[in-house]
Design a protein around this ligand. Structure first.
Ligand code: AMP
Ligand code: GLY
Length: 429
């Protein structure tokens, strides 16, 4: 039987999910608050709606007779869209609100790790009184990561000794409207992501990816949702060992063991430190941009994973073709602090050459495609080496056109990757 799949979300990650489901025996429908032209072209129907509104999503799912759903972003998970769809009889690959807390509540996440002895957590403390939090910062011996407990689109964390001073961190909290904050030991090292597909207590993992959170080249500027990412041929990154990867996978396994009933993608963000692998955070979904590195090289039909998950059958083993990938985002000028949305852009999906082009938070209207205040589109190069994939991504960017948009051209360059390798070598000395 053909599956009728409803995809929730309209970003680059969701365009990658849509592509992974195209060409299979799937009829795809999609809904999101922005009309993503790439997804719309692959879908039999696209409804513009508030994707965090459970009733709106369930109504559309019922209307199109969806046999299952996939949720891309975190906001609908937090608002219980997976719970509502499952309740309406539409199996949903995405965790319920209570399991999504592993991402949506950073205080819960750290307490969960402590309670279940999951290794890799930095020392932490949680506060709901910002004055008390400031006092803690003032008296703490060392640098700290200051993390609002709730969702901030990856933009809420501030790290002392890196981005800001302790005095600035205290001002940041006093001026904020955060009602709960986690303060934790600053981890120093190289970050990497491992994404797993999880259902019925089973786990299938994908190759490691490195995202670039900072807005500007050289790792300067504010944190963003992610400016681009790379993966190598094989499951490791050039600065990792097999043991590092195995440690990360083992941490994900221990989370899933204790987070009963979890289904969906589970994303572990790790820091490779002098003392081994630590956990920066978990996300209850694919990464964005990381999904654009991983799904295009997944050879196992994604629909087979979803079907097995729904039907309670063993998940298929995943096979990945082995090219290195480099993903680069083009974002509105001023993103993330003062983005200039609402600009008409001419992006030519077919101009990407050997690369893939993914539309992200743009909105297709009658007279063209407009930017929003979030990331606009991404290109992904695939080749035998990271360096060659980077070249392909750059070519595609110049073909597609990035006028009025900002790109981190350093992502995936041989020079930047070498710096990561040197950094880890120094840490391991
Ligand atoms: P998160 O929203 O938890 O992904 O945090 C955003 C970014 O803040 C991460 O990708 C890291 O670069 C940084 N970060 C978060 N926690 C820590 C930590 N404990 N030590 C150092 N950097 C951190
Ligand atoms: N790449 C970071 C995220 O998806 O949260």
């Amino acid at each position: 039987m053909d599956e009728i799949v409803l995809l929730v979300g309209g970003g680059g990650r969701e365009h990658a999910i849509a592509r992974a489901l195209a060409d299979a025996d799937v009829t795809l429908y999609a809904c999101a608050s922005n009309r993503n032209p790439g997804i719309a072209r692959l879908a039999a129907g696209f409804e513009t709606l508030d994707e965090t509104h459970p009733t709106a999503v369930v109504t559309y799912a019922t209307e199109v007779d969806a046999t299952m759903a996939v949720i891309g972003p975190e906001a609908p998970l937090e608002s219980g869209v997976a719970d509502a769809l499952d309740e309406a009889g539409v199996y949903t690959f995405g965790p319920h609100e209570s399991e999504a807390r592993i991402e949506t509540d950073k205080a819960f996440q750290r307490r969960f790790m402590a309670k279940h002895d999951v290794p890799g957590s930095p020392d932490f403390a949680t506060f709901d009184d910002m004055d008390a939090a400031c006092e803690y910062i003032d008296g703490y011996d060392g640098d700290l990561a200051v993390k609002p407990a709730g969702l901030t689109g990856g933009k809420g964390v501030r790290v002392t000794g890196d981005q800001i001073t302790k005095a600035q961190a205290m001002d940041y909290l006093r001026e904020s409207e955060y009602d709960r904050v986690v303060l934790e030991e600053r981890l120093i090292g190289e970050e990497f992501t491992v994404q797993a597909l999880v259902a019925n207590g089973e786990i299938r993992v994908s190759p490691a990816v490195q995202d670039h959170k900072r807005a500007y080249e050289g790792g300067e500027g504010p944190n963003t949702g992610g400016m681009g990412s790379y993966s190598d041929a094989g499951e490791l990154l050039p600065f990792m060992t097999d043991e590092d990867y195995a440690d990360a996978v083992s941490i994900i396994e221990q989370v899933v063991e204790n987070l009963k009933g979890y289904k969906g993608a589970l994303y572990g963000q790790f820091m490779l430190t002098a003392d081994g692998v630590s956990v920066v955070e978990f996300n209850a979904r694919f990464g964005d941009p990381e999904a654009m590195n991983t799904l295009p090289v997944l050879e196992t039909p994604f629909i087979d994973v979803l079907r097995a998950a729904r039907d309670g059958e063993p998940l298929p083993e995943l096979s990945f073709s082995q090219p290195a990938t480099v993903c680069k985002y083009a974002v509105p000028a001023g993103y993330p602090t003062d983005p200039s949305g609402g600009t008409k852009v001419a992006i030519d999906e077919d101009s990407a050459g050997d690369a893939l082009l993914f539309y992200a938070s743009v909105d297709e209207r009658d007279d063209g495609v407009y930017t929003t205040t979030s990331r606009s589109f991404a290109v992904v190069g695939r080749a035998d080496s990271i360096d060659a994939a980077e070249g392909i991504a750059e070519e595609a960017l110049s073909e597609a056109g990035t006028e009025g948009l900002h790109v981190r051209h350093d992502i995936g360059t041989a020079e930047l990757v070498q710096r990561r390798v040197d950094h880890v070598e120094e840490l391991r000395e």
